[in-house]
Every structure is written in C-alpha cells, then in structure tokens.
Design a protein. Structure first.
Length: 374
C-alpha cells in the first residue's frame, strides 16, 4: 500500500495528498474512527462524506441517528479535517474531482446499494481506491444487535454468548456456516498497540489548566461529544476517567454497559477534545487522584449521581475544595435514549440487520462458487 511519501512523489512534492472517505457513520464507534485513522495516515488532509437519512433508508434501512447528529459525530473525530454533508451513496470520480481528492479509502468489508451494486465500483475501476483493515469485533449492526438483546434481558452474566447465537439462529436460519464475516455480534479483542495508535501520547504542558471528568461514556454519542467540548473549554488539557464495567453495572443496571471498558476507551480516545484517558478510573474522585494528575477542576454533567458504596458523594472532595463544576452541555441525549430508539423500532431494526447480513451472505456464497477468496 502506498505511503505518504510515495503518494506525494506521484502527485508532485508541493501537493498535499487529499484523501476521501464516505459512509453512513451511524452510531459512530471506534471501528469508524480506526478506519479514518488509517485513511488519514495515507495522506495529509482527510475529507469525510456522510450520507443523508434518505439515502441510508433507501439502501440499508433507517439509521439510528439523524444526519445532523451523524455530521456532528464525524466532525468530533480527531483525524477528520473536513466533513461533506449529504455525500452520494455511490462514490463517483466526479465526487473525488469536486473535492480535489487523490483517492478514496474504505475498509475491507463490502458496501452495496439496494440493488446489490458495489458502491465503490467506479473508483476501483479507475485505480483510485485504497483499502484499510476493518476493525474486527464491532459494527453498527453489532451494536444495534446488542441493544435489541436488551429487550430480552440477555446481558446477564454467563448468558450473553449463548443468547447471541440463539438470536442469530432465529433471524438468519440454521446455516451458520454461511454467516457473513462482516456482520454480526462478536467480541473486540483489545491490544496495547491499538490504544497507542488512538492516543496522542502528549503530556500536559507547564502551566496547563487540567480538567477531569469521569463516567461510563457508553455508546459514545452526541451528548457525550457536546459535554466534552464544553468541558475542554474549561481548561487546556482534558482527562477522561472511564469506570470499569462492574462499576457502571452498579449504577446503571444489570444490562449495562453495552460496550465494554476497552471499547469505551477507544471511543473516547478518538474524540478530538480528549487529551488523556484513565482506564478503570475509581468512582470516587479523591485527593490522591487529583494530586496525581494535578487536576485543577472536576466537571460533571447534569445527569444524576449515585452515591458511592459507602454512601458518600463521589465528588465530595473536589466540592469541598471548590474545584467542582456542574456543567450543562445543552444536549439531553443519553445512552438510555438511544436504547429507547432501538426498542421502539425493534422490528424495523431487526429486519434491517437481517437484510444486511443476507445481502452479504449471498455475495459471499456467490464468490465461493466462483472459487474466489474473500
């Protein structure tokens, strides 16, 4: 695969390499962010086209988030330089020319129109297509599937894997060997390398005002994004403490978190407002924690705060030293509201997932018949 230097030599030393990516970016997750990180590494300037609700509904089924919410989420990813709203579903050479892009980048999965046509066939035929590795273990379809299982209380310990397979069998039939390799519930396997790739690795500079926030940040969404933007405005260096899965489970209920700690870490690290993440942060913000990170201000949103196991206020210390701020982000989106959207339209999203996997499975079987490798 060409490097930055190679592309610059091909296009002239003085010309920056402009990269185009496009997609639905529904329920933006660390998989989306990772593909955009890889795309940005192939050039100098990354432009991301985001499809409208109408286009997505036509080709895939209804999106979970509105186009305005999706535009905002993509703009919040640290590797994105520019967002094009209402990008066409099929990527054309005209689109690349319009935005002066050298090539298009997409993951190594398959994206098709409602008619079963590869949405990247034009740029592939013209040699203006680059492929990056898709992040195994997560997809929007996967996350929707996890939330659909919430309605049957399937996230209780020891039951998850069995119920995922049972749910799959009931919606896709018994031919599990034909299952699409791109769609379906699977487990993300974290590595230190992946965390390093997502992290800036920059320490606070001398004199920086350090702001600390903590929470679950489950199913990272526009409410989180707006809150972190406001929190970052309170200082120079924003640290986000992420609670462990058992702690989130204690204050949010037996079906949460929907995304595990490592998935949540990468989702938050991909946000352009975040400087550093504390993995498995303690629920109580103590003097030791604040001293260790040299925290100047602790910020929390307007959501209710459950007392710690000892019935103490987890923000008692920063409040006592007048270093606590309750911040209104101006956005009332919550993880629970996202789940409600899914549950309210359960049958619609089940059908969307079923159709998507069927389309991919049909293509996979067709390729196998032709003796091609996927």
């Amino acid at each position: 695969m060409p490097t930055n230097t190679t592309e610059k030599m091909l296009n002239g030393h003085k010309k920056d390499v402009r990269v185009w990516c496009d997609g639905c970016y529904d329920m933006v997750h660390f998989g989306h962010a990772n593909s955009l990180r890889q795309a940005k590494a192939l050039g100098d300037y990354l432009i991301v086209g985001v499809h409208t609700d109408e286009e997505i509904t036509k080709h895939k089924g209804p999106p979970v988030f509105t186009e305005q919410e999706r535009y905002k989420m993509v703009r919040g990813i640290k590797w994105v330089d520019e967002v094009v709203e209402g990008a066409p579903y099929v990527t054309t050479l005209e689109t690349l020319d319009k935005y002066n892009c050298d090539f298009c980048v997409h993951g190594d999965d398959i994206t098709m129109t409602a008619e079963g046509v590869d949405t990247y066939h034009q740029v592939k035929e013209a040699g203006k297509y680059r492929e990056v590795q898709r992040t195994a273990g997560v997809s929007t379809t996967d996350l929707v599937g996890r939330m659909l299982l919430l309605t049957r209380n399937h996230f209780r310990q020891g039951q998850y894997e069995y119920d995922v397979e049972r749910e799959h069998s009931s919606t896709m039939g018994q031919d599990s060997l034909a299952r699409s390799p791109w769609t379906g519930c699977s487990q993300f396997l974290p590595t230190t390398q992946k965390i390093i790739q997502f992290s800036d690795g920059k320490s606070p500079k001398q004199g920086d005002r350090i702001v600390y926030v903590a929470g679950a940040f489950d199913l990272f969404h526009v409410g989180h994004l707006d809150f972190l933007e406001k929190a970052k405005q309170q200082g120079d260096y924003l640290i986000v403490g992420l609670h462990t899965d058992p702690v989130v489970n204690r204050y949010k209920g037996s079906n949460y978190p929907i995304m595990n700690l490592h998935e949540r870490v990468l989702s938050v690290l991909a946000c352009k407002y975040v400087s550093e993440v504390v993995i498995g942060a303690p629920y109580k913000v103590t003097k030791d924690l604040m001293d260790h990170f040299k925290v100047d201000l602790v910020v929390h949103g307007l959501t209710p705060v459950m007392a710690d196991v000892d019935e103490a206020d987890p923000f008692g210390y920063p409040k006592a030293i007048n270093k606590f701020l309750s911040l209104d982000s101006g956005n009332d989106m919550t993880t629970e509201r996202i789940v409600e959207r899914i549950i309210r339209n359960r049958l619609e999203y089940q059908e969307r997932n079923r159709q998507k996997e069927k389309k991919e499975t049909d293509l996979l079987n067709s390729l196998r018949l032709k003796g091609l490798q996927v």
